[in-house]
Design a protein around this ligand. Structure first.
Ligand SMILES: [Zn+2]
Length: 497
């Protein structure tokens, strides 16, 4: 074939192809668009201001060290050490509670960490050490849903270069006074709201000694049957301001989430692997709900733009955080962290090089925290907590029955033939009576976030819901979420594999 002929043949082949058809999954739903903001939540977010955050961080730094090991030091000057920091955090929560007529229950979870139980990390706790978590509960107002809990946490302990140094200066401004500031700002912003579900505002210790405080709180939650639906762990969210760092991004915060749940049983693992369900843990769905909240409450572009950057891994390489302690107990939990960390300003002794030196300042100091950026992170946390505590509970026992169920129900063989390329989802209503609509959502199997949706009205009676869509279940991932009358959405749940 000559070149001219082959070009002609190629052109004819193009012309004879049908135009690119719309796929079933594009045809039977609408592309997702963010809901309008709730004016009550939007107003609450305006209470979060950089000046208050700055005060929190500078006060926490003023305790000199917040090494967890300093809790056992008897010769620290007054107002120094981690116990003084715990007292101050408790005082702040009590003050916030006083302003809302005692709306918060402020509590301490105190225990002694014993090196004998420390395993490979025991060297980080050389002697029995008292650890104190401080938290406040804003009880939900709906009797059927007050058991549902969303929790925000940061760790108030700090460290310097030597993990065993309990006396040296350990300012911990970014790691993690910034996360504690988020918990306190969320309490300040949301305490005057009356929301159906419960919010817990926490500050934990022992993180640097390998998650001791959060592990204890997560175990307490499990043994006491707390129905935790979301844990937002904020750790290193100060948006580093090191001069000359042109790669730090201030319009986004990273959301780390586990894919395959650490707490999955071998049978659950088998099912997850069998259907490619590695990208739909409850933690991953929580991360997507946070990204959705960011789209609702922040502009996509301009000065105030702010995004949740989904990172599909449990944490940064070779690093850990308190979300993992909650994942370990089977709870949905994610980690918020600034876009790029500066390792000169965490886990470092404070070193100021002489004037004229080009060496960097070392140490986790308040001068490297961007309080405006941190306020944006706090607003995204508060918006997420308020949205999830306003939304109804997640759909329960979501199933995607295959043909066997269709035949059990006596559906004819012809119908089964038709169902083969369609999808049926069944689920149960969550506790309470506030679901106005469900939204079935789906995405391409390679997409990071939900793309399409279809609203489904709850049935007039009964708690069982069935939705059938003429979309091949093999080509997309499905999820369902619950919406209240004002459009507050729960995180999605994916069908049991
Ligand atoms: Zn940290």
């Amino acid at each position: 074939m000559t070149a001219a002929k082959s070009i002609l043949a190629f052109g004819l082949a193009l012309v004879s192809l049908p135009c690119f058809a719309q796929a079933d999954y594009q045809r039977y739903g609408a592309p997702l668009a963010p809901a309008g903001p709730d004016p009550v939540i939007a107003k609450a977010l305006t209470r979060i201001q950089p000046a208050s955050i700055q005060k929190t961080i500078e006060t926490l730094v003023s305790f000199g060290t917040r090494s967890t090991l300093s809790s056992m030091e008897t010769d620290l000057p007054p107002g120094k050490g981690i116990n003084a920091a715990a007292d101050w955090i408790e005082l702040q929560l009590n003050a916030i509670s006083k302003e809302c007529g005692g709306c918060l229950e402020v509590k301490r979870d105190v225990f002694t960490a014993d090196p004998a139980n420390g395993g490979r990390w025991a060297y980080r706790i050389p002697r029995p050490t008292q650890i104190t978590n401080v938290y406040a509960i804003l009880r939900g107002t709906d009797s059927a849903e007050a058991n549902r809990i969303v929790l925000v946490t940061g760790h108030y302990d700090s460290r310097d270069t030597d993990i065993l140094d309990d006396l040296g200066a350990s300012p911990g401004a970014n790691d993690d006074a910034s996360g504690v500031a988020v918990s306190l700002e969320c309490a300040r912003a949301l305490s005057k709201l009356r929301l159906p579900a419960t919010i817990v505002f926490a500050a934990v210790a022992g993180e640097e000694q390998v998650l001791l405080g959060s592990a204890h709180l997560a175990q307490l939650a499990r043994t006491e049957g707390w129905q935790i639906e979301a844990v937002l762990n904020n750790d290193i969210v100060g948006g580093n301001t090191t001069r000359g760092d042109t790669l730090q991004l201030k319009d986004r915060v990273r959301i780390f989430s586990e894919g395959v749940p650490e707490a999955a049983t071998p049978e659950q693992m088998r099912r997850i692997l069998a259907v490619g369900g590695e990208n739909d843990s409850s933690s991953r769905e929580l991360a997507r709900a946070i990204a959705d909240t960011a789209r609702v409450y922040f502009p996509a572009t301009g000065q105030a733009a702010f995004h949740a950057a989904l990172i599909s891994r449990p944490d940064r390489y070779h690093r850990g955080g308190d979300q993992s302690a909650f994942n370990h107990e089977g709870f949905a939990a994610v980690r918020f962290t600034e876009w790029r960390e500066d390792y000169n300003h965490q886990h470092q002794d404070v070193v100021r090089p002489p004037a004229g030196s080009s060496d960097p300042v070392k140490g986790d100091l308040p001068e490297f925290v961007d309080f405006n950026y941190l306020a944006q992170v706090a607003r995204l946390n508060a918006a997420t907590l308020a949205t999830l505590a306003s939304a109804p509970g997640e759909p329960v026992d979501l199933q995607m029955p295959l043909l066997t169920l269709a035949s059990q129900r006596g559906i004819s063989k012809t119908t089964i033939g038709e169902l083969r390329n369609g999808t049926t989802l069944t689920w149960q209503a969550p506790a309470g009576d506030r679901v106005a609509q469900y939204q079935v959502m789906w995405r391409e199997t390679t997409a990071a976030d939900w793309q399409y949706g279809k609203l489904i009205d709850p049935p007039a009676s009964g708690a069982s819901i069935t939705a059938t869509l003429p979309i091949s279940m093999d080509n997309v991932v499905f999820g369902v979420r619950s919406l209240d009358a004002n459009g507050h959405a729960s995180p999605a749940v994916a069908p049991e594999p």
